[in-house]
Design a protein around this ligand. Structure first.
Ligand code: C2E
Ligand code: MG
Ligand code: MG
Length: 694
């Protein structure tokens, strides 16, 4: 069976896309954040280096201004401070102190250069003065400086760059050197005036220590951001996990609902709605491919008895086991469904010819007639199967199902445990059943029912002991109808309840009339359907009747069938006990044809057994029937019960019963069922004969 279960793949893949988008998005954000932070870090590092360079520049500047303001400084002439050849034009370049020490003038540029050389050794920071018109050729600018100096002449105030010097990275900063008053002392020759850009002071700060510090910070930054990234990924993972769980929960729930909507909870088979869906699909396929399709409608026989006798739990087990067996009879492509109750269907979507449906039906019957072992209880069952074929029996699922149902009813009517193919003739009969039911309803309103009475005689002396009331339907449309033609339909439709009430009341009224006329009958037997007997209010109704007509007491006998005893759940014992208390006798009709155990005779208050006509018919020619009748009579007497033989048609049968000590008998030989007035005449006749004899 192909079951279409809604998939969760699409939802999961949608979630997967969402999660991946979140992961990629988050990673992108973190990477961008990292790049931004690293760039910031670099910029901060550069700014710090620039600050350092500026600080150095400012210091130099301060010093230079100081030196310039004072026109230079005289220092002793040493190896490191020889008289400057660039200052030779200054007359007082060299001085001799009164003590004879040689001093020479150091101009600010000279001092600064020496100091800058010292920084380099001390701090690694290099300082340098450069000019487009240098006095000292060492101060000539390099390319970068030249560009910067030219920019200063245009008004720029600062330039810096990262560069490499002797394999090490440096930040090089250069700011303009502006001509001041003091500068002219040495530089007036070059034509400078106060305020002119005379050159630039460059400071180179080594970057290595910044790089080291920055790389530490960057590492921390990367670790920090990695942790944040991981936390985000973790959160996405947790969200994904929860979402997946929610999808699964939701899908489980949807699956359950779907399953409940499409499958029978008890047997696990597809239910009516899924069955119809499958049948529709199979029909579409069969139409397109021009295949033949078969539908089997299976109904268990007497399942109700099992339910009533053994309880619903066992009934459920039986249905489960039946469902299992049905599945063994079909191919994978076939669909077995339970429509409800004890009704099952099988769709055979492709059959080579009608015969293969017979094969499956026969197998179904074989499987279901094998004994069921239900918690130690062995139960025997059978089934009735109706078969419809597409296209000949219907074009759509509704018609095929209805016709299969009709065919199943025919199988039941034909004795159960068999299958029948649908024919259109059956349909007309089924329609007939529907119209018969409507006619029965009308019959009640129109008072079309009458009672016939069949005398019951005492076998010992042939005297009249009573009568059995038998219903007839004198239909205006259909003529006289016998109970066999309408009782089962009345039972199925529930109409038996008002009909049965009418029968009891009518029989009671007739008895009262005969009583008044002095035509006394000892026993009045009335047939009661199991449907009637099992109804809640039945004993109440009987009590009412007996209260109104106390003359019925100990003369009214209810004829019930053995099936009543199968329904232990409805406590037949209690009902029968109550009836017995009211003086109502119980006769078991058609005794010997039921399936019940004999033990009920011991347990329940029963008065009379009516040996079924089928045992009496051949009692004089069939030794087995004779033995059975003898046995029933002996057993009944043993249990203190009376016996009525039904269907006595010959004198030989009558003699046989007399010889075997049977108590009472009824049959065409002794008197046919007759209308009320005819029976009144019969009673009068009987009375006359008796009084003549008396
Ligand atoms: P049953 O209760 O077993 O009634 C005996 C049936 O056997 C009657 O058929 C009667 O006419 C027939 N019969 C009697 N003697 C002979 C005989 O010698 N030979 C043959 N061949 N038949 C004989 P009927 O009246 O057609 O009733 C058939 C069944 O319908 C009854 O079987 C009973 O089960 C049911 N029935 C009749 N009246 C009522 C009723 O008022 N209520 C209910 N619930 N069922 C009824
Ligand atoms: Mg009867
Ligand atoms: Mg009978």
């Amino acid at each position: 069976m192909n079951i279409v279960i809604p998939t969760i793949q699409s939802d999961e893949s949608q979630l997967r896309v969402q999660l991946w988008t979140a992961v990629v998005g988050w990673t992108l954000i973190v990477v961008l954040l990292l790049l931004w932070s690293l760039r910031n870090e670099d910029m901060e590092m550069l700014e710090l280096a620039r600050q350092e360079a500026v600080a150095n520049f400012n210091k130099d500047q301060a010093f230079r201004i100081w030196g310039t303001t004072h026109g230079g400084v005289y220092v002793p002439v040493t190896k490191r401070t020889p008289p400057s050849e660039h200052l030779s034009h200054i007359p007082e370049r060299d001085l001799i102190t009164p003590s004879g020490r040689h001093l020479t003038l150091m101009n600010p540029a000279y001092m600064l250069r020496q100091m800058m050389d010292d920084y380099t050794d001390l701090y690694g920071v290099k300082g340098r003065i450069t000019s487009l018109k240098p006095l000292n050729p060492n101060n000539a600018p390099d390319d970068w400086e030249r560009v910067a100096l030219e920019a200063f002449e245009r008004g720029e105030k600062e330039r810096f760059e990262l560069t490499e010097i002797n394999g090490h990275s440096y930040l090089r900063l250069i700011r303009p050197m502006i001509t001041e008053e003091g500068c002219l002392k040495c530089h007036h020759k070059q034509g400078y005036e106060v305020g002119d850009v005379r050159g630039g002071v460059g400071i180179s700060v080594p970057m290595d220590k910044y790089y080291v510090a920055a790389s530490g910070q960057k590492k921390e930054l990367m670790i920090g951001l990695s942790l944040i990234w991981l936390a985000g990924i973790g959160a996405i993972w947790v969200y994904g996990k929860h979402s997946r769980q929610r999808i699964h929960e939701r899908k489980d729930y949807e699956g359950q609902i779907w399953h409940q909507a499409n499958f029978d909870l008890l047997t696990g088979l597809s239910n009516r709605s899924l069955f119809l869906d499958r049948l529709d699909r199979a029909l579409v396929f069969a139409k397109r491919q021009q295949y033949e399709l078969a539908l089997l409608f299976i109904d268990l026989d007497r399942f109700k008895d099992v339910n009533d006798t053994l309880g619903h739990a066992i009934g459920d087990l039986l249905l489960q086991e039946a469902a299992r067996r049905l599945q063994t009879c079909v191919r994978d492509m076939d669909t077995v469904s339970r429509l409800g109750g004890d009704e099952f269907t099988v769709i055979l979507p492709v059959i080579s010819e009608g015969k293969s449906a017979s094969k499956v039906a026969a197998q179904v019957l074989t499987e279901l007639s094998k004994p069921f072992d239900l918690k130690g209880q062995e139960v025997h069952l059978s089934a009735s199967v109706g078969i419809t074929l597409f296209p000949q029996d219907g074009n759509d699922s509704g018609m095929l199902l209805q016709n299969a149902d009709t065919a199943m009813y025919r199988a039941k009517a034909d004795g159960r445990n068999t299958f029948r193919y649908f024919t259109w003739e059956m349909n007309r009969e089924a329609e007939g059943r529907v119209s018969l039911e409507a006619a029965l309803r009308r019959a009640l309103k129109r008072n079309e029912f009458v009672l016939h009475y069949q005398p019951i005689l005492n076998v010992r002396d042939g005297g009249l002991v009573g009568a059995e009331a038998l219903i007839r339907w004198e239909s205006a449309d259909r003529g006289q109808m016998n109970p066999n033609e309408f009782i089962s339909l009345a039972e199925e439709s529930g109409l038996i309840v008002p009909i049965g009430d009418w029968v009891l009341q009518q029989a009671a009224d007739d008895l009262a009339r005969w009583d008044q006329a002095g035509l006394i009958i000892e026993k009045l037997s009335v047939n009661v359907s199991i449907v009637q007997f099992q109804l809640q209010g039945f004993t109440g109704k009987m009590m009412e009747l007996l209260e109104k007509q106390p003359n019925l007491s100990s003369r009214l006998f209810l004829e019930i069938t053995e099936s009543v005893f199968l329904d232990e759940h409805r406590e037949p014992g209690a009902r029968l006990g109550m009836l017995r208390e009211q003086g109502v006798g119980i006769a078991i009709d058609d005794f010997g044809t039921g399936y019940s155990s004999l033990s009920y005779l011991k347990r329940f208050p029963v008065d009379i057994l009516k040996i079924d006509r089928s045992f009496i018919r051949d009692v004089t020619i069939d030794p087995e029937d004779a033995a059975l009748c003898e046995a029933i009579i002996a057993m009944a007497h043993h249990l203190g019960l009376k016996v009525i033989a039904e269907g006595v048609e010959t004198n030989q049968q009558w003699q046989f019963l007399r010889d075997r000590g049977c108590d009472y008998a009824q049959g065409f030989y002794l008197g046919r069922p007759m209308p009320q007035d005819a029976f009144t005449a019969f009673l009068n006749e009987n009375l006359k004969r008796n009084s003549a004899v008396g």
